[in-house]
Design a protein around this ligand. Sequence first.
Ligand SMILES: [Zn+2]
Length: 126
Amino acid sequence: MKTVEELCKEYNVNLIDLRVYPEYASEVNMPIEHFANRSFCIGSKEIVVGLYEDDELRYVSALHELGHILGIIDKKEGWPYHHEVAAWKWAMDKVHEEKIKLVPKTIQWCNDQLLTYFKKEKNKDD
Ligand SMILES: [Zn+2]
């Protein structure tokens, strides 16, 4: 199984890992708690991976952010729910490719993440 670091290197994406570089939080004027169980992508060249108690959640979150960079073909179309789906699909294809067996709790967490976007989008139309 490739690590987050190896995948970022492979895809030429810069990795800001809060475990390695906690100073990042103060550089962007955010409390460190802001990065608990959270990751982001910045443009199409960089991902920020926050602090997770669970390594598997950290891993799939990082893959998801890479999916935002690598898995979305038409960036203009279907924002934001469809982008979320595409990013998770890329992440799950990678999980499959790397032959990683996720625990059910992780799969549930991924679903929950996606559902929050679905709800936001749905409320917008109401
Ligand atoms: Zn996302």
